[in-house]
Design a binder for this molecule. Structure first.
Ligand SMILES: C[S@@+](CC[C@H](N)C(=O)[O-])C[C@H]1O[C@@H](n2cnc3c(N)ncnc32)[C@H](O)[C@@H]1O
Length: 272
């Protein structure tokens, strides 16, 4: 990284350099809305985009959902591509991304005005690969930063589509599907570029299932990638009602376990 950029970041107090992230309220800047169950807090893409890319670099979100990453791209002047399986979710994302200052969809804006593109399809498919490759060729660029915020296996069912990672028949197949996703993107990424992978764990049959570390191991089978950091982030903004908290506390005490209050952000660098 250039010396000037390091000095600039050093003075920017907002940039976090520790591996424990206790984030406060979900950011409502730039028209972000908390409209999609399973969205991530905008501070996640913002931290990585600001620190690891420059203006006009290409940022890709392989599981776009409600468009959080592309809103950040629009605002921070990065070229952005988002891939999402569900048509209806893409419509929602477009409405949020293309809103005017009053918070309403503005049909005089379009995604190209902001160097943004949304692709509908299975993020692990050849169709999606070729569409991204085509867009990158038009822009004469490669991917600088890739976000992976997939379903946390079957915790939230996002659709009935068999390609949806939340419908993986078992955990082994979920890990395999994750592997296919990363294989689809690596050839489109620059040497020295980065991957951000956000994932939580689950509790099932009285056991903690470490989905996050299982997926991380699958990703690390790709020798082009090295692990740079594992960040532990608090889960904020979805605090249960006090009565429910008491119920969870009772369940934890009787079941002999601890209640989930964190998730992970795995950060990789492409070295080849
Ligand atoms: C955890 S959400 C992502 C939320 C997003 N970060 C946001 O802030 O709104 C995961 C998304 O991945 C989508 N998805 C699941 N499997 C997919 C696949 N094979 N290809 C593309 N999208 C997929 C789901 O429809 C869902 O919208």
């Amino acid at each position: 990284m250039q010396k000037e950029k390091i000095l600039e970041l050093k003075n920017e107090q907002e940039i976090i350099t520790d591996s424990l992230w206790i984030l406060g309220e979900r950011s409502k800047d730039f028209g972000h809305k908390n409209a999609y169950h399973g969205n991530f807090i905008p501070q996640i893409p913002r931290q990585f985009i600001k620190r690891f890319t420059e203006e006009n670099d290409v940022v890709v979100d392989a599981f776009l959902g409600s468009g959080t990453t592309l809103i950040e791209c629009r605002e921070l002047k990065r070229f952005g591509i988002g891939v999402e399986l569900q048509e209806s979710v893409i419509e929602m994302a477009k409405n949020i991304i293309l809103q005017n200052n009053n918070g309403f969809f503005d049909n005089s804006f379009n995604l190209e005005n902001f160097n943004l593109k949304i692709i509908q399809g299975d993020t692990a498919s050849k169709k999606v690969f070729f569409e991204i490759e085509n867009q990158l060729t038009n822009w004469k660029k490669k991917i600088k930063l890739l976000f992976l915020h997939p379903p946390y296996f079957d915790i939230i069912k996002f659709s009935d589509n068999k390609d949806d990672l939340s419908n993986a028949p078992n955990i082994e197949i979920f890990y395999e599907m994750m592997g296919k996703v990363i294989d689809n993107y690596l050839p489109l990424m620059e040497k020295g570029s980065h991957v951000v992978f956000v994932m939580g764990d689950k509790y099932q049959d009285s056991q903690w299932i470490p989905l996050s570390f299982g997926s991380m191991q699958e990703i690390l089978k790709r020798k082009e990638l090295i692990l740079k950091s594992i960040i532990v982030k608090n889960i904020s903004g979805n605090r249960a009602k006090i009565s429910q908290e008491q119920l969870w506390r009772y369940r934890a005490l009787t079941g002999g376990y601890f209640i989930f209050k964190h998730e992970y952000i795995f950060f990789f660098k492409k070295i080849k």
